[in-house]
Design a protein around this ligand. Structure first.
Ligand SMILES: Cc1ncc(COP(=O)(O)O)c(C=O)c1O
Length: 464
């Protein structure tokens, strides 16, 4: 008798997983789970130290051996410009700020948490982006998920790329706006949605949409593709929509001045209505920003949940961003930042070219430092991750649900901090494991795409 209500209580819940996800979790994920969440015990620089662990119950639990795998070449962190450092001018300046301000702010921007460091950072971000004003937040994910609901709502239409990051998806869902999805980086698909939206208006009433907001990313983190920004801007102007650009992976990492995808295409930042990005990658810090017109930023300062309810950014983190951003801009009086931007571009092209020559299939744009190497078969995820770590190369492997189940991949992130020797060592180990696991799937000779714009269907070509 005592059990009956309990069973009823349990079965009343919506299942946590759909049937297939449950099957996947039990039969696949558990067997390769050791490849994720490995505890790192050093700065996530060009090399990392990883705590060695083992399992004696088929990956249900892990125990530490007490040993540390030292000096693993880090091909997984988003440390594009090599600012993830525990020494050097950024770390030193942050340490001074830590002594002066402490680590936490203990209040929101609207209350006692509006420090001079935050104001300094926001002026700098606006200058860096080439926009009127900017607002910064303690978390990149919350920058999207908490600001999109302030910008769109009922009666608005959000047009979202099918591969947009979870934070954009969550923000769109929380906004209450109608969401329609267009094919990844596909301008025909986007234009069709825009045209239909103008022609038909809102469902049932056919009233015009209050606002149409297009959500795109600069570099897509699982594909390595770069948004077709000139075309997106042309479409948004043609159909009088608004554009929200998430530069989490592209800011710092793209463009001759490291100012992201707008800089890469030589466009005017004022053509993008909402410039969003994070400090977690190229700047080696944490948090996010929104840049745009003064009207937009003033509005967000009042209406964004993350301004009103979230504690503001830790001051040493703000200093890390200020110093690294000034370095990229050359405002520190050195050419160090520019050299890092150039080094990243050179490393990216070298790494991508060598992988292609070896016969791997890699996705994305040749200028993207995010480099997905296709493994396809889910069983190869575990094997690749483990074999690479055995050879002291740290990689991120990705599978379902982040990718379609038969499009498993390894996702490398190239850094300006990688030396040629490190890249060569990583490449020779990747080649070795590629032979071992039969990953060199490409049967074609590679022809560089030269000036042709990137198309996700043309990442490789035959010469014949
Ligand atoms: C496109 C995109 N937007 C937003 C975020 C969230 O940023 P953060 O990790 O700084 O919270 C990420 C994180 O990887 C991202 O890739």
């Amino acid at each position: 008798m005592a059990c009956a209500p309990r069973i009823g209580f349990l079965t009343d819940f919506v299942p946590l997983y759909q049937d297939f996800e449950n099957f996947y979790t039990r039969n696949l994920y558990m067997r390769i789970r050791d490849n994720w969440n490995r505890p790192v015990c050093s700065v996530p620089g060009e090399r990392v130290d990883i705590m060695e662990r083992f399992t004696d119950d088929y990956n249900w639990t892990f125990k530490f051996t007490g040993r540390v795998i030292k000096g693993v070449i880090n091909m997984g962190s988003y440390n594009y410009l090599g600012f993830a450092q525990n020494s050097g001018f950024c770390a030193e300046a942050s340490a001074v700020v830590l002594q002066q301000y402490g680590g936490g702010v203990c209040s929101t921007r609207q209350e006692m948490g509006n420090l001079d460091k935050h104001e300094e950072l926001e002026h700098l971000v606006a200058e860096f982006l080439g926009v009127d004003a900017a607002m910064t937040y303690g978390m990149g994910f919350a920058t999207n998920s908490m600001n999109i609901p302030a910008l769109a709502g009922k009666g608005c239409l959000i047009l979202s790329d099918e591969l947009n990051h979870a934070s954009l998806v969550l923000g769109a869902r929380l906004s209450g706006a109608t969401i329609r999805i267009f094919k990844h980086n596909n301008m025909q698909s986007l234009e069709k949605l825009l045209r239909d939206a103008i022609v038909h208006g809102q469902p049932r009433t056919h009233r015009p949409w209050r606002k149409i907001l297009i959500l795109v990313e600069g570099i897509y983190s699982m594909e390595g593709s770069i948004v077709r920004l000139p075309e997106v801007i042309a479409l948004k102007k043609k159909y009088k929509a608004y554009l929200y650009l998430d530069e989490a992976h592209s800011i710092g990492a793209l463009g001759p001045n490291g100012r992201g995808v707008v800089d890469y295409f030589g466009l005017d930042p004022r053509d993008v209505d909402i410039m969003m990005g994070t400090f977690t990658k190229s700047f080696g810090g944490a948090g996010g920003y929104i840049g745009g017109s003064k009207v937009l930023i003033d509005y967000l300062r009042k209406h964004s949940h993350s301004t009103a309810y979230a504690t503001s950014m830790s001051p040493p983190v703000a200093e890390q961003i200020i110093t690294s951003m000034k370095c990229i801009m050359g405002a520190d009086g050195t050419s160090l930042g520019r050299e890092r931007v150039e080094q990243l571009a050179e490393n990216t092209r070298y790494f991508r070219r060598r992988l292609t020559e070896m016969g791997f299939i890699i996705y994305g744009n040749s200028d993207s430092p995010v480099v997905p190497l296709m493994l396809y078969m889910p069983a190869k995820i575990g094997a690749f991750g483990r074999e690479m770590l055995k050879r002291h190369i740290g990689v991120v492997v990705v599978g379902f649900p982040a990718t379609p189940i038969i499009e498993s991949r390894a996702r490398f992130c190239v850094s300006a901090a990688h030396t040629k020797e490190m890249l060569d060592e990583a490449l020779s180990k990747i080649s070795e494991v590629g032979d071992l696991l039969q990953l060199k799937y490409s049967r074609h000779h590679f022809v560089p795409l030269l000036d042709r714009p990137f198309d996700e269907t043309t990442y490789e070509e035959t010469e014949d």
